[in-house]
Design a protein around this ligand. Structure first.
Ligand code: ADP
Ligand code: ZN
Ligand code: ZN
Length: 744
């Protein structure tokens, strides 16, 4: 080792800056970037990460590093390199990146959350007998025993409480009477290991699956980095391919990470993997406590788990000897961190990690993002298409209903078309279930004509104008173009008094359904009814067990649900997503409509889907109706190319937050002007505008967009402007590279 490398930059915990330290002789051969060290800071000592080892220090006579921390390699070398890449690409100080990669509890000692496991102390037969005796005397105790009877080896107390729907008191009584026993367990080591699942065997792959699989297998064996994109509708057998790929990785003595959207991290998903593999699997829920996360982190790092399953942040799990990363539903927006820096996209981070660790990355989706499909077109990714549903079941029939006719028939706005009401009534009669989506986000209102169905659009951008009540104006959120006051007649057909469409809430839908069908049973699922932890799961379970005829919800319920009894799916307002003022609105709308249509008829009966819209001829609605991804892609690609949006360019969103409206806006203006001087002339800077949520908790949000070929000049310009110290520390500056949303 060269004796010249005498200095180290150390990133102090919870500080953004790094400081140089002298490396004492005895540490010089031991220290590597990424290691944790103890250093003097003023009169005390602090811990930090070595970010760089170098020959010169940035100031004279730096203090020496005191020691290497006992937890010297808290982070693996490839993960540290990944953090450095994230810091550079997403323009976030490395200290902040590390904080978000490492579990919060890593630097504190936390008491672990306690969990209890309930077992029976009597035989199945005795228990059956007891249930009969208890049925009238204590129905609650009987319910507890019924649940226990079904779970062979025992059950977590929390789960038992939920399943039996009781308080703890009947359970305590049963323990006192010697029927049950309760044992304390350490979490993360659930008493139910994989052995408790019936093992499933790999299926014989169909030709499409085989093609995808053998390409993946050969890259795994080469230990070469490669990204594979698997495009296949739900049920086409992607998960089967993932599992067989994992099998290959395991045989090569490699480990695997599986990323799934938070909402898909359900017991069924976990069970599918646990029932296939004999190796230990770590599950990283967002609900697990800091203590459990801490346990999991160490367990993974020590190699106790060969497979890690988790949501977005699981991409950072310290798996060593990583061979395979799978990103299921790669188009899902929950993979992007938007509110906090670094604003990383877990799919892109997964690809970079694969590159750094020479691992194979599999992206899977029924509706791939434009970015990923484009990359496969450019041969950067290997594309496999699974064209058939693995299990035979017909695609549902989709009816597109023109709501303009419905409004005309009724001479007023209505939530439900006649066909939809007919089908709902039929479903209720036959005891079948329906799903109704209110496919809107409800964040903004826009102006829409009831006669021609068009919304008022910006002259300069391909987006709908947003109505601002306080200013009584329609404003473009991309370029600032405005019409003030909003036009009194439709710009397209001249019809008088266009509707200011705020959309109807799920609550209103529920109310009107009760008015139409007094005896109907409805479950409503939206932000209001799912505030409490676990309430979403509870409501979905009630619906799955037939406790309601209709499930009314926002698009949140569209994803990954499997309700075999559902034969009718209605989308009340297809147009809302298309009218969001964002260049991705077509893509999001297509994804949601395609997914929603996939909800119907997954069981014994053929399903029917009703799309209600005022623009029935809109390409996106037609493509979704036909479940035609390829045509959608080709259409949308042209639009993006024409308007020069990603994937043909890079976008950055720069946002400033402050308590003084005028000052915040003014400072961001200055920042923007400074940026102009640092950017090549072919980079476009959009004007400073209030964010979609312009004021939140007395803070004002302003933003502007930058567009150009590559992120590099943007990154450089942003850093240069930050160096210029234009922004006082009371204001918060935020940058999002490749934002999912240009509006908020
Ligand atoms: P996806 O992940 O694309 O939704 P899955 O892998 O879950 O699809 O497959 C859907 C269903 O088809 C599952 O029940 C799965 O077990 C079954 N399946 C998948 N591949 C095959 C195959 N080659 N032969 C038979 N059944 C299969
Ligand atoms: Zn009109
Ligand atoms: Zn515009």
């Amino acid at each position: 080792m060269s004796s010249k490398k005498l200095y180290a930059s150390v990133i102090l915990d919870s500080l953004d800056k790094s400081f140089d330290y002298y490396i004492p002789k005895d540490l010089q051969d031991l220290l590597t970037p990424g290691m944790r060290v103890v250093v003097p800071v003023r009169n005390t000592t602090r811990k930090g990460f070595v970010s760089e080892i170098k020959e010169t220090a940035s100031f004279k006579d730096p203090k020496p590093i005191l020691s290497i921390d006992a937890e010297k390699s808290l982070i693996t070398k490839p993960l540290f390199d990944l953090a450095l890449w994230i810091s550079k690409y997403y323009i976030t100080p490395i200290g902040k990146v590390l904080t978000s990669i490492l579990p919060a509890s890593l630097r504190k000692t936390k008491k672990h959350k306690e969990q209890y496991f309930v077992r029976k102390k009597i035989t199945q037969e005795e228990m059956r007998q007891l249930i009969v005796n208890l049925l009238s005397k204590s129905p609650e105790q009987a319910r507890v025993l019924e649940v226990i009877l079904k779970s062979e080896k025992g059950i977590l107390l929390t789960e038992l409480l939920e399943k039996a729907d009781v308080s703890k008191s009947p359970i305590n009584t049963l323990v006192k009477n010697g029927v049950l026993e309760i044992e304390r367990v350490v979490i993360g080591r659930s008493p139910l290991s994989n052995e408790d699942y019936f093992k499933t065997r790999p299926k014989k792959l169909n030709p499409d699956q085989e093609e995808a699989f053998s390409a993946i297998k050969s890259d795994l064996e080469k230990e070469a980095f490669k990204v594979h994109l698997i495009h296949g509708v739900t049920g086409s057998g992607k998960t089967e391919v993932y599992m067989q790929a994992i099998d290959v990785a395991l045989k090569l003595k490699k480990r695997a990470i599986i990323l799934v959207p938070e909402i898909s991290l359900t017991p069924q998903t976990i069970e599918r993997f646990k029932s296939r593999f004999d190796v230990p699997i770590a599950i990283l829920h967002h609900q697990i406590s800091d203590g459990e996360r801490f346990d999991a982190w160490h367990g993974i790092k020590e190699g106790k788990f060969d497979i890690v399953i988790g949501a977005r942040s699981a991409v950072f799990s310290p798996v060593q000897n990583l061979g395979l990363i799978i990103v299921d539903e790669e188009h899902e927006s929950s993979y992007k961190q938007s509110e906090e820096m670094p604003c990383y996209h877990a799919r892109d981070v997964a690809c970079m990690r694969g590159k750094l660790e020479k691992a194979v990355v599999i992206l899977g989706s029924a509706t791939p993002s434009l970015e990923s499909y484009r990359n496969s077109e450019l041969n950067k990714y290997h594309l496999s298409e699974l064209k058939l549903r693995a299990e035979v079941s017909d695609l549902p029939t989709v009816h597109v209903i023109d709501m303009k006719h419905e409004y005309a028939k009724k001479k007023q706005f209505t939530l439900f078309s006649e066909l939809l009401l007919d089908k709902i009534a039929n479903g209720i009669k036959r005891g079948e279930q329906s799903l109704l989506f209110l496919n809107r986000r409800g964040y903004h209102s826009f102006q829409m004509c009831l006669s021609c169905g068009k919304s008022t659009e910006c002259k300069h951008c391909d987006t709908a104008l947003t109505f601002h009540k306080t200013q009584n104006a329609l404003v473009c959120h991309l370029c600032g173009y405005r019409i003030e006051p909003p036009p009194k007649a439709c710009l397209f057909c001249g019809s008088q008094d266009p509707l200011r469409f705020k959309g109807a809430g799920t609550e209103l839908v529920e109310k009107q359904l009760y008015a139409l069908f007094p005896e109907v049973r409805i479950i409503r699922l939206d932000a209001d009814t799912t505030k409490h932890k676990g309430s979403q799961r509870k409501l979905l379970k009630e619906f799955a067990t037939g406790k309601a005829d209709i499930l009314v919800g926002t698009q949140m319920i569209a994803k990954g649900l499997h309700f075999p009894e559902v034969t009718l799916v209605g989308v009340l307002n297809c147009d809302a997503n298309l009218n969001i003022p964002d260049f991705r609105s077509h893509e999001t709308a297509f994804q949601i409509l395609t997914q929603v249509a996939g909800r119907a008829g997954r069981g014994r009966f053929k399903g029917e889907v009703i799309f209600q819209t005022c623009i029935p001829d809109h390409e996106v609605i037609q493509f979704a109706k036909n479940q035609d991804y390829k045509s959608f892609y080709n259409y949308e690609k042209e639009v993006r190319n024409l308007f020069q949006f990603p994937p043909f360019t890079t976008l950055a969103k720069i946002r400033l937050t402050g308590t003084d409206e005028k000052k915040t806006e003014g400072l961001l203006q200055r920042f923007r002007e400074e940026m102009i001087s640092h950017l090549p002339s072919d980079y476009v800077l959009y004007p400073v505008l209030p964010s979609g949520h312009a004021k939140v908790k007395d803070n004002f949000y302003f933003q502007f967009l930058v567009k150009g070929q590559s992120p590099v000049p943007m990154q450089k310009a942003f850093l240069a402007c930050k160096e210029a110290k234009l922004i006082p520390s009371a204001f918060r500056l935020h940058i999002d590279i490749n934002p999912l949303n240009t509006f908020f």
